[in-house]
Design a protein around this ligand. Structure first.
Ligand code: NAD
Length: 407
Protein backbone atom coordinates (compact mmCIF):
# COMPACT_ATOMS: atom_id res chain seq x y z
CA UNK A 1 0.00 0.00 0.00
CA UNK A 2 2.77 2.42 0.81
CA UNK A 3 4.68 1.64 -2.37
CA UNK A 4 3.93 5.03 -3.85
CA UNK A 5 5.83 7.87 -2.16
CA UNK A 6 3.12 9.64 -0.11
CA UNK A 7 5.16 12.85 0.10
CA UNK A 8 4.94 13.21 -3.69
CA UNK A 9 1.18 12.88 -3.33
CA UNK A 10 1.14 15.53 -0.59
CA UNK A 11 3.18 17.94 -2.71
CA UNK A 12 0.91 17.33 -5.72
CA UNK A 13 -1.99 18.42 -3.52
CA UNK A 14 -0.06 21.54 -2.51
CA UNK A 15 0.72 22.39 -6.14
CA UNK A 16 -2.93 22.00 -7.04
CA UNK A 17 -4.13 24.32 -4.28
CA UNK A 18 -1.40 26.85 -5.12
CA UNK A 19 -2.84 27.06 -8.62
CA UNK A 20 -6.49 27.24 -7.59
CA UNK A 21 -5.94 29.86 -4.90
CA UNK A 22 -3.06 31.70 -6.55
CA UNK A 23 -0.77 31.30 -3.53
CA UNK A 24 2.30 33.39 -2.92
CA UNK A 25 5.41 31.59 -4.31
CA UNK A 26 7.59 32.18 -1.24
CA UNK A 27 4.87 30.83 1.04
CA UNK A 28 4.53 27.69 -1.08
CA UNK A 29 8.29 27.11 -1.16
CA UNK A 30 8.39 27.37 2.65
CA UNK A 31 5.70 24.70 2.82
CA UNK A 32 7.55 22.30 0.51
CA UNK A 33 10.15 21.51 3.22
CA UNK A 34 9.81 20.41 6.83
CA UNK A 35 11.53 22.55 9.48
CA UNK A 36 13.58 19.46 10.29
CA UNK A 37 13.60 15.71 9.74
CA UNK A 38 15.62 13.39 11.94
CA UNK A 39 16.46 9.70 11.52
CA UNK A 40 17.91 7.85 14.49
CA UNK A 41 19.01 4.31 15.29
CA UNK A 42 17.49 2.67 18.35
CA UNK A 43 19.35 -0.33 19.74
CA UNK A 44 17.20 -2.86 21.60
CA UNK A 45 18.40 -5.85 23.64
CA UNK A 46 15.98 -8.60 22.55
CA UNK A 47 14.63 -11.28 24.89
CA UNK A 48 16.98 -13.89 23.40
CA UNK A 49 20.01 -11.76 24.33
CA UNK A 50 20.74 -10.51 20.79
CA UNK A 51 20.98 -6.82 19.88
CA UNK A 52 18.72 -5.37 17.17
CA UNK A 53 18.97 -1.89 15.72
CA UNK A 54 15.73 -0.20 14.65
CA UNK A 55 15.33 2.97 12.59
CA UNK A 56 13.25 5.76 14.17
CA UNK A 57 11.97 9.07 12.79
CA UNK A 58 10.63 12.46 13.83
CA UNK A 59 9.70 15.10 11.32
CA UNK A 60 8.87 18.59 12.60
CA UNK A 61 7.11 20.11 9.63
CA UNK A 62 5.85 23.52 10.67
CA UNK A 63 5.18 25.27 14.01
CA UNK A 64 3.68 28.56 12.86
CA UNK A 65 0.48 27.91 14.80
CA UNK A 66 2.00 26.25 17.89
CA UNK A 67 4.10 23.29 19.11
CA UNK A 68 4.62 20.49 16.57
CA UNK A 69 1.88 17.88 17.04
CA UNK A 70 1.47 14.44 15.50
CA UNK A 71 1.42 10.72 16.13
CA UNK A 72 4.05 7.99 16.08
CA UNK A 73 3.55 5.08 13.69
CA UNK A 74 5.00 1.57 14.12
CA UNK A 75 4.86 -0.29 10.81
CA UNK A 76 7.22 -2.44 8.72
CA UNK A 77 6.71 -0.08 5.73
CA UNK A 78 7.16 3.15 7.67
CA UNK A 79 9.97 5.26 6.22
CA UNK A 80 10.96 8.92 6.14
CA UNK A 81 8.79 9.96 3.15
CA UNK A 82 5.69 8.56 4.77
CA UNK A 83 6.46 10.39 8.02
CA UNK A 84 7.14 13.60 6.08
CA UNK A 85 3.81 13.40 4.25
CA UNK A 86 1.93 12.68 7.45
CA UNK A 87 3.62 15.62 9.21
CA UNK A 88 2.66 17.95 6.33
CA UNK A 89 -0.97 16.83 6.62
CA UNK A 90 -0.81 17.32 10.42
CA UNK A 91 0.24 20.95 9.84
CA UNK A 92 -2.87 21.56 7.75
CA UNK A 93 -5.12 19.46 9.97
CA UNK A 94 -4.38 21.47 13.12
CA UNK A 95 -5.07 24.66 11.16
CA UNK A 96 -8.33 23.27 9.72
CA UNK A 97 -9.73 22.33 13.12
CA UNK A 98 -8.52 25.59 14.62
CA UNK A 99 -6.19 24.46 17.42
CA UNK A 100 -2.95 26.30 18.33
CA UNK A 101 -0.66 23.47 17.21
CA UNK A 102 1.76 22.90 14.35
CA UNK A 103 2.44 19.70 12.44
CA UNK A 104 4.83 16.83 13.14
CA UNK A 105 4.91 13.05 12.89
CA UNK A 106 7.10 10.18 14.01
CA UNK A 107 7.61 6.51 13.49
CA UNK A 108 9.70 3.37 13.70
CA UNK A 109 10.21 0.76 10.97
CA UNK A 110 8.99 -2.28 12.88
CA UNK A 111 6.26 -4.88 12.99
CA UNK A 112 5.28 -4.52 16.66
CA UNK A 113 3.29 -7.76 16.53
CA UNK A 114 6.59 -9.65 16.33
CA UNK A 115 7.96 -8.10 19.57
CA UNK A 116 7.36 -9.16 23.17
CA UNK A 117 5.95 -6.58 25.55
CA UNK A 118 9.40 -6.05 27.12
CA UNK A 119 11.00 -5.49 23.71
CA UNK A 120 8.22 -3.10 22.70
CA UNK A 121 8.66 -1.11 25.90
CA UNK A 122 12.40 -0.80 25.49
CA UNK A 123 12.02 0.22 21.83
CA UNK A 124 9.44 2.88 22.78
CA UNK A 125 11.57 4.25 25.62
CA UNK A 126 14.54 4.20 23.24
CA UNK A 127 12.65 6.38 20.74
CA UNK A 128 12.01 8.98 23.46
CA UNK A 129 15.65 8.97 24.64
CA UNK A 130 16.78 9.72 21.08
CA UNK A 131 14.33 12.61 20.70
CA UNK A 132 14.11 13.97 24.28
CA UNK A 133 15.98 17.17 23.30
CA UNK A 134 13.46 18.22 20.68
CA UNK A 135 10.28 17.02 22.46
CA UNK A 136 8.47 19.01 25.14
CA UNK A 137 5.00 20.32 26.08
CA UNK A 138 5.74 23.65 24.37
CA UNK A 139 7.99 22.28 21.61
CA UNK A 140 6.81 18.99 20.12
CA UNK A 141 3.98 16.80 21.41
CA UNK A 142 3.58 13.29 19.90
CA UNK A 143 0.52 11.01 20.07
CA UNK A 144 -0.55 7.51 18.94
CA UNK A 145 -0.98 6.47 15.32
CA UNK A 146 -1.11 3.10 13.54
CA UNK A 147 -0.03 0.29 15.90
CA UNK A 148 0.82 2.56 18.83
CA UNK A 149 -1.38 2.38 21.93
CA UNK A 150 -2.21 4.27 25.12
CA UNK A 151 0.16 1.93 26.98
CA UNK A 152 3.03 2.89 24.66
CA UNK A 153 2.23 6.59 25.24
CA UNK A 154 2.42 5.95 29.02
CA UNK A 155 5.91 4.39 28.67
CA UNK A 156 7.00 7.33 26.56
CA UNK A 157 5.64 9.96 28.95
CA UNK A 158 7.34 8.15 31.83
CA UNK A 159 10.69 8.02 30.01
CA UNK A 160 10.47 11.72 29.16
CA UNK A 161 9.62 12.51 32.80
CA UNK A 162 12.68 10.57 33.99
CA UNK A 163 14.99 12.46 31.64
CA UNK A 164 13.61 15.97 32.16
CA UNK A 165 11.74 15.86 35.52
CA UNK A 166 8.62 17.12 33.69
CA UNK A 167 5.63 16.07 35.76
CA UNK A 168 2.80 17.46 33.64
CA UNK A 169 2.68 14.54 31.18
CA UNK A 170 1.80 17.14 28.54
CA UNK A 171 4.70 16.05 26.33
CA UNK A 172 2.56 13.32 24.79
CA UNK A 173 -1.16 12.72 24.33
CA UNK A 174 -3.27 9.60 23.96
CA UNK A 175 -2.15 8.38 27.40
CA UNK A 176 -4.34 5.97 29.42
CA UNK A 177 -7.10 7.79 31.31
CA UNK A 178 -5.59 6.98 34.74
CA UNK A 179 -2.24 8.39 33.60
CA UNK A 180 -3.24 11.81 32.39
CA UNK A 181 -5.17 10.74 29.28
CA UNK A 182 -8.40 12.49 28.29
CA UNK A 183 -11.76 10.80 28.35
CA UNK A 184 -13.00 10.39 24.79
CA UNK A 185 -9.54 10.31 23.15
CA UNK A 186 -9.93 6.65 22.09
CA UNK A 187 -13.11 7.29 20.10
CA UNK A 188 -12.39 10.93 19.16
CA UNK A 189 -11.17 10.33 15.59
CA UNK A 190 -14.23 8.34 14.56
CA UNK A 191 -16.61 10.53 16.57
CA UNK A 192 -15.22 13.68 14.95
CA UNK A 193 -15.61 12.06 11.52
CA UNK A 194 -19.21 11.32 12.38
CA UNK A 195 -19.88 14.94 13.38
CA UNK A 196 -18.41 16.11 10.07
CA UNK A 197 -20.57 13.57 8.22
CA UNK A 198 -23.69 14.80 10.07
CA UNK A 199 -22.86 18.41 9.23
CA UNK A 200 -22.31 17.68 5.53
CA UNK A 201 -24.82 14.89 4.96
CA UNK A 202 -27.50 17.07 3.33
CA UNK A 203 -25.06 18.73 0.94
CA UNK A 204 -23.60 15.33 0.08
CA UNK A 205 -27.15 14.18 -0.75
CA UNK A 206 -27.03 11.26 1.66
CA UNK A 207 -30.22 9.91 3.23
CA UNK A 208 -30.98 9.15 6.89
CA UNK A 209 -30.04 5.47 6.60
CA UNK A 210 -26.85 4.72 4.71
CA UNK A 211 -25.07 1.55 3.62
CA UNK A 212 -21.52 1.88 4.94
CA UNK A 213 -18.23 0.13 4.10
CA UNK A 214 -15.21 0.54 6.39
CA UNK A 215 -11.64 -0.42 5.46
CA UNK A 216 -9.44 -0.97 8.53
CA UNK A 217 -10.74 -2.24 11.86
CA UNK A 218 -8.43 -0.56 14.38
CA UNK A 219 -8.88 2.55 16.49
CA UNK A 220 -10.35 4.67 13.69
CA UNK A 221 -12.21 1.98 11.69
CA UNK A 222 -13.73 -0.16 14.44
CA UNK A 223 -14.96 2.88 16.35
CA UNK A 224 -16.42 4.30 13.13
CA UNK A 225 -18.30 1.04 12.50
CA UNK A 226 -19.65 1.19 16.07
CA UNK A 227 -20.63 4.88 15.93
CA UNK A 228 -22.28 4.82 12.49
CA UNK A 229 -23.97 1.50 13.38
CA UNK A 230 -25.34 2.92 16.64
CA UNK A 231 -26.77 5.88 14.71
CA UNK A 232 -28.90 3.45 12.67
CA UNK A 233 -26.78 3.04 9.53
CA UNK A 234 -26.02 -0.42 8.12
CA UNK A 235 -22.39 -1.54 8.12
CA UNK A 236 -22.30 -3.94 5.19
CA UNK A 237 -18.53 -4.64 5.10
CA UNK A 238 -15.34 -4.10 7.09
CA UNK A 239 -11.78 -5.33 6.71
CA UNK A 240 -8.37 -5.51 8.35
CA UNK A 241 -4.92 -6.28 6.97
CA UNK A 242 -5.84 -9.97 6.57
CA UNK A 243 -9.04 -9.41 4.54
CA UNK A 244 -12.66 -8.35 4.77
CA UNK A 245 -16.17 -9.58 5.54
CA UNK A 246 -19.41 -8.65 3.75
CA UNK A 247 -23.06 -9.00 4.79
CA UNK A 248 -25.63 -6.98 2.81
CA UNK A 249 -28.06 -7.21 5.76
CA UNK A 250 -25.53 -5.57 8.08
CA UNK A 251 -22.76 -6.83 10.37
CA UNK A 252 -23.13 -7.03 14.15
CA UNK A 253 -20.09 -4.91 15.04
CA UNK A 254 -19.94 -5.77 18.76
CA UNK A 255 -19.93 -9.49 17.93
CA UNK A 256 -17.35 -8.88 15.21
CA UNK A 257 -15.07 -7.06 17.67
CA UNK A 258 -15.27 -10.01 20.07
CA UNK A 259 -14.55 -12.39 17.15
CA UNK A 260 -11.50 -10.37 16.08
CA UNK A 261 -10.27 -10.25 19.67
CA UNK A 262 -10.38 -14.06 19.77
CA UNK A 263 -9.09 -14.92 16.29
CA UNK A 264 -6.90 -11.92 15.44
CA UNK A 265 -8.87 -11.05 12.28
CA UNK A 266 -12.36 -10.27 11.00
CA UNK A 267 -12.05 -12.97 8.28
CA UNK A 268 -14.24 -16.02 8.80
CA UNK A 269 -16.91 -14.21 10.84
CA UNK A 270 -19.99 -16.43 10.82
CA UNK A 271 -22.97 -15.37 8.70
CA UNK A 272 -20.82 -13.12 6.49
CA UNK A 273 -18.93 -13.63 3.24
CA UNK A 274 -15.13 -13.32 3.16
CA UNK A 275 -13.92 -10.76 0.62
CA UNK A 276 -10.56 -9.23 -0.25
CA UNK A 277 -9.61 -5.63 0.52
CA UNK A 278 -9.73 -4.91 -3.23
CA UNK A 279 -13.31 -6.21 -3.47
CA UNK A 280 -14.31 -4.26 -0.38
CA UNK A 281 -13.25 -0.94 -1.87
CA UNK A 282 -15.35 -1.59 -4.96
CA UNK A 283 -18.63 -2.46 -3.18
CA UNK A 284 -21.80 -0.56 -4.00
CA UNK A 285 -22.53 1.61 -0.93
CA UNK A 286 -23.54 5.12 0.19
CA UNK A 287 -20.43 5.84 2.22
CA UNK A 288 -16.96 4.31 1.97
CA UNK A 289 -14.71 5.00 4.96
CA UNK A 290 -11.03 4.18 4.34
CA UNK A 291 -9.53 3.84 7.85
CA UNK A 292 -6.34 1.85 7.23
CA UNK A 293 -3.31 3.27 5.41
CA UNK A 294 -2.41 5.65 2.59
CA UNK A 295 -2.59 4.95 -1.18
CA UNK A 296 -5.60 2.61 -1.18
CA UNK A 297 -7.60 4.36 -3.91
CA UNK A 298 -5.30 4.85 -6.89
CA UNK A 299 -5.58 5.16 -10.69
CA UNK A 300 -5.65 1.32 -10.73
CA UNK A 301 -8.97 0.94 -8.94
CA UNK A 302 -10.61 4.38 -8.96
CA UNK A 303 -12.79 3.60 -11.99
CA UNK A 304 -14.35 0.70 -10.09
CA UNK A 305 -15.36 2.71 -7.03
CA UNK A 306 -19.15 2.60 -6.63
CA UNK A 307 -19.51 4.47 -3.32
CA UNK A 308 -21.66 7.63 -3.47
CA UNK A 309 -19.41 9.46 -0.97
CA UNK A 310 -15.99 8.77 0.58
CA UNK A 311 -14.97 9.93 4.06
CA UNK A 312 -11.24 9.62 4.79
CA UNK A 313 -10.57 8.56 8.37
CA UNK A 314 -7.16 7.30 7.25
CA UNK A 315 -4.53 9.84 6.26
CA UNK A 316 -3.88 10.08 2.53
CA UNK A 317 -5.84 7.02 1.36
CA UNK A 318 -6.56 8.57 -2.07
CA UNK A 319 -3.75 9.51 -4.45
CA UNK A 320 -3.88 12.93 -6.06
CA UNK A 321 -4.61 11.57 -9.53
CA UNK A 322 -7.39 9.29 -8.26
CA UNK A 323 -8.82 12.33 -6.49
CA UNK A 324 -9.20 14.11 -9.85
CA UNK A 325 -11.09 11.14 -11.27
CA UNK A 326 -13.47 11.02 -8.29
CA UNK A 327 -14.16 14.75 -8.66
CA UNK A 328 -14.99 14.29 -12.36
CA UNK A 329 -17.20 11.30 -11.55
CA UNK A 330 -19.06 13.44 -8.98
CA UNK A 331 -18.07 11.32 -5.98
CA UNK A 332 -17.45 13.78 -3.12
CA UNK A 333 -14.59 13.11 -0.70
CA UNK A 334 -14.65 14.38 2.88
CA UNK A 335 -10.89 14.91 3.19
CA UNK A 336 -8.65 13.43 5.91
CA UNK A 337 -7.54 16.79 7.29
CA UNK A 338 -11.16 17.50 8.23
CA UNK A 339 -12.61 14.00 8.65
CA UNK A 340 -10.04 12.61 11.10
CA UNK A 341 -9.16 15.88 12.86
CA UNK A 342 -11.26 14.92 15.91
CA UNK A 343 -8.27 12.85 17.06
CA UNK A 344 -5.86 15.74 17.23
CA UNK A 345 -8.55 18.06 18.61
CA UNK A 346 -9.05 15.80 21.63
CA UNK A 347 -5.26 15.34 21.88
CA UNK A 348 -5.12 19.11 22.20
CA UNK A 349 -7.83 18.94 24.92
CA UNK A 350 -5.65 16.39 26.75
CA UNK A 351 -2.65 18.74 26.54
CA UNK A 352 -4.72 21.63 27.93
CA UNK A 353 -6.05 19.47 30.80
CA UNK A 354 -2.50 18.30 31.68
CA UNK A 355 -1.11 21.83 31.71
CA UNK A 356 -4.01 23.21 33.76
CA UNK A 357 -4.33 20.18 36.04
CA UNK A 358 -7.97 19.66 35.00
CA UNK A 359 -10.08 16.58 34.26
CA UNK A 360 -12.97 17.03 31.86
CA UNK A 361 -15.93 14.65 31.61
CA UNK A 362 -16.53 12.79 28.35
CA UNK A 363 -19.59 14.97 27.81
CA UNK A 364 -17.49 18.14 28.16
CA UNK A 365 -15.00 16.74 25.63
CA UNK A 366 -17.59 15.92 22.99
CA UNK A 367 -19.62 19.08 23.67
CA UNK A 368 -16.45 21.01 22.77
CA UNK A 369 -15.55 18.81 19.80
CA UNK A 370 -18.88 18.82 18.00
CA UNK A 371 -19.17 22.59 17.30
CA UNK A 372 -15.51 22.66 16.19
CA UNK A 373 -16.13 19.90 13.63
CA UNK A 374 -19.37 21.53 12.45
CA UNK A 375 -17.79 24.95 12.05
CA UNK A 376 -14.80 23.64 10.09
CA UNK A 377 -17.07 21.50 7.91
CA UNK A 378 -19.27 24.44 6.97
CA UNK A 379 -16.31 26.77 6.36
CA UNK A 380 -14.76 24.17 4.06
CA UNK A 381 -18.02 23.63 2.24
CA UNK A 382 -18.38 27.38 1.65
CA UNK A 383 -14.80 27.72 0.38
CA UNK A 384 -15.19 24.80 -2.00
CA UNK A 385 -18.50 26.11 -3.36
CA UNK A 386 -17.10 29.61 -3.82
CA UNK A 387 -14.07 28.37 -5.74
CA UNK A 388 -15.99 25.57 -7.53
CA UNK A 389 -13.53 22.98 -6.30
CA UNK A 390 -13.65 19.87 -4.13
CA UNK A 391 -13.79 19.70 -0.33
CA UNK A 392 -10.09 18.80 -0.11
CA UNK A 393 -9.06 21.99 -1.84
CA UNK A 394 -11.57 23.90 0.31
CA UNK A 395 -9.90 22.44 3.42
CA UNK A 396 -6.38 23.19 2.13
CA UNK A 397 -7.35 26.78 1.40
CA UNK A 398 -8.90 27.26 4.85
CA UNK A 399 -5.77 25.82 6.51
CA UNK A 400 -3.26 27.72 4.39
CA UNK A 401 -5.09 31.03 4.91
CA UNK A 402 -4.84 30.50 8.68
CA UNK A 403 -1.13 29.61 8.55
CA UNK A 404 -0.34 32.49 6.20
CA UNK A 405 -2.15 34.97 8.43
CA UNK A 406 0.06 34.01 11.40
CA UNK A 407 3.35 33.57 9.51
P1 NAD B 1 -4.74 0.96 14.06
O1 NAD B 1 -3.39 0.39 14.14
O2 NAD B 1 -5.56 1.01 15.31
O3 NAD B 1 -5.61 0.18 12.97
C1 NAD B 1 -5.22 0.04 11.63
C2 NAD B 1 -6.17 -0.95 10.97
O4 NAD B 1 -5.89 -1.01 9.58
C3 NAD B 1 -6.02 -2.37 11.51
O5 NAD B 1 -7.31 -2.95 11.64
C4 NAD B 1 -5.24 -3.07 10.40
O6 NAD B 1 -5.48 -4.45 10.35
C5 NAD B 1 -5.80 -2.36 9.19
N1 NAD B 1 -4.93 -2.49 8.02
C6 NAD B 1 -3.59 -2.40 7.95
N2 NAD B 1 -3.17 -2.64 6.69
C7 NAD B 1 -4.28 -2.88 5.95
C8 NAD B 1 -4.51 -3.19 4.60
N3 NAD B 1 -3.49 -3.32 3.74
N4 NAD B 1 -5.78 -3.37 4.20
C9 NAD B 1 -6.80 -3.24 5.06
N5 NAD B 1 -6.65 -2.95 6.36
C10 NAD B 1 -5.41 -2.78 6.79
O7 NAD B 1 -4.57 2.42 13.43
P2 NAD B 1 -5.57 3.65 13.51
O8 NAD B 1 -5.12 4.52 14.62
O9 NAD B 1 -6.96 3.18 13.44
O10 NAD B 1 -5.16 4.43 12.17
C11 NAD B 1 -5.76 4.13 10.92
C12 NAD B 1 -5.67 5.35 10.03
O11 NAD B 1 -6.31 6.45 10.66
C13 NAD B 1 -4.24 5.83 9.75
O12 NAD B 1 -4.17 6.38 8.46
C14 NAD B 1 -4.04 6.90 10.78
O13 NAD B 1 -3.02 7.81 10.43
C15 NAD B 1 -5.41 7.53 10.77
N6 NAD B 1 -5.69 8.34 11.94
C16 NAD B 1 -5.78 7.77 13.18
C17 NAD B 1 -6.02 8.59 14.27
C18 NAD B 1 -6.18 8.03 15.64
O14 NAD B 1 -6.52 8.80 16.54
N7 NAD B 1 -5.99 6.76 15.88
C19 NAD B 1 -6.19 9.96 14.10
C20 NAD B 1 -6.11 10.50 12.82
C21 NAD B 1 -5.86 9.66 11.76
Amino acid sequence: MSMQNPFINAMAQLDKVAKINNLDKEFVSKLRQPDREIIVSIPVRMDDGSLRIFEGYRVEYNNTLGPYKGGIRYHPNTEINEVKALSFWMTLKCAVIGIPMGGGKGGITVDPKLLSSTELESLSRGWVRKFSDILGPYKDVPAPDVNTTAEIMAWMADEYGKITSDKTGAVITGKPVGKGGSLGRDTATAQGGFYAFEALKKDLKLGEKCKIVVQGFGNAGANAALIWGKAGHTIIAVSDSKGGVFDPKGLDILKLLAFKEKTGSVSGFSGSKDITNEELLELDCDLLIPAALENTITPDNVDNIKAKVILELANGPITSSADEVLFKKGIPVVPDILANSGGVAVSYFEWVQNLKGEHWTEKEVFDKLRPMMELSASEILNKSKKLKTDLRMGAFILALDRIKAKM
